[in-house]
Design a protein around this ligand. Structure first.
Ligand code: PEP
Ligand code: MN
Length: 339
């Protein structure tokens, strides 16, 4: 971290500032230029609030040199992380995984949809048993019965399952059922209690970007999980809120590249929640694949008009078949060596 000192600062003020920094356990490097004085803060600067520094009279501005995320940072872990999601399914480092299924677990159609998505090349089955709905009057999910149906489908189809956890008190329940991948949704992306609790497990976590979350906030959310010991974090771009209203959210595909640059963790893209309308999902699926995502999360329903949630963005199984064939074509061009 660097603090640029105002020209007007007196030697006494500067000494006082340096003593304050040193008292926090940091060392300083003072660089006295013709026009400005720059103080480099050396050591664990995570204990220093940059806004507090900037509020000090003699400080002109503050600049971070190192990122506050460490465990998720590619600088300290240059090679891609590969995460084992169970049943031989891996993601990251050239392993491409497709997560597909209905938004909500609704009943027997889970198996029917699961069969279709598996045949089309999906490697993980998704379905929400606990639904984070904007309205408390909307369908809230089947709860434990939904987890049971997912587990039955997993065994029947031999496919690992991905399902959302909303409450830190449910972690043991998810562990008892052997849920393969716990999803943390956009609305819980900064639920720090939940992040810390899943961080105490070893279960892979699919961590979605917050609705208005920045890339750095997503990485810091990952850091919460990893700092508790669970390094099996999969990042997910699912669209962010912008002024655009023609799509449900704005798909920030640049986040795939930026996250790959900044972090070694696998990056999944979710075109379904990003665009919100079936008619755009296939195009954005192809775009996300071409952008180098390590995986996709796509909502598929056998009868979208009757879906209990997110029917407007669901692909029919036939549409999923068609887009998956093209995804395979793109993968063979951009990652011919990959698995
Ligand atoms: C979901 O995956 O069904 C979901 C609610 O996603 P998000 O948290 O991205 O809105
Ligand atoms: Mn959904």
């Amino acid at each position: 971290m660097i603090a640029v000192i105002r020209e007007s600062a007196t030697t006494e003020q500067l000494d006082h500032f340096i003593a304050w920094v040193e008292a926090k356990g940091l060392r300083v490097n003072v660089s006295q230029g013709d026009d400005e004085t720059i103080i480099g803060l050396i050591g664990d600067t995570s204990r220093i609030d940059p806004f507090l520094l900037e509020s000090m009279d003699i400080v002109e501005r503050v600049q971070r040199v190192s990122e506050p995320f460490k465990k998720a940072n590619r600088k300290f872990h240059p090679e891609d992380t590969v995460i084992d999601c169970g049943r031989g399914v891996r993601i990251g480092g050239g392993h491409f995984a497709v997560i597909a299924g209905p938004c909500s677990v609704e009943g027997d159609n889970l198996l029917e949809i699961g069969r279709r998505v598996k045949a089309a090349g999906a490697t993980l089955l998704r379905g929400g048993a606990y639904k984070p709905r904007t309205s408390p009057y909307s369908y809230q999910g089947m709860g434990e019965r939904g987890l049971d149906l997912l587990c039955e489908a997993r065994d029947e189809l031999d496919m690992p399952i991905v399902t959302e956890i909303m409450d830190a008190r449910d972690v043991q329940l998810f562990l008892d059922r052997g849920i393969d991948v716990m999803q943390i949704g956009a609305r819980n992306s900064q639920n720090f209690t939940l992040l810390k609790e899943v961080g105490k497990t070893t279960t892979p976590v699919l961590l979605k970007r917050g609705i208005s979350g920045t890339i750095d906030e997503l990485l810091m959310a990952a850091e919460y999980i990893m700092s508790e010991g669970n390094e099996n974090v999969i990042l997910c771009e699912r669209g962010i809120r912008t002024y655009e209203s023609r799509t449900r959210n704005t798909f920030d595909l640049s986040a795939v590249s930026v996250l790959h640059h900044l972090s070694h963790l696998p990056v999944v893209a979710d075109p379904s929640h990003a665009v919100g309308y079936t008619r755009y999902v296939s195009d954005m699926t192809l775009a996300a694949t071409a952008a180098g995502a390590d995986g996709l999360e796509i909502e598929v329903h056998n009868c979208p008009s009757e879906a209990w949630s997110d029917g407007a963005q669901a692909l029919l199984p036939d549409q999923f078949d068609a887009v998956m064939a093209k995804v395979g074509g793109i993968r063979s061009v951009i990652a011919p060596e990959a698995v």
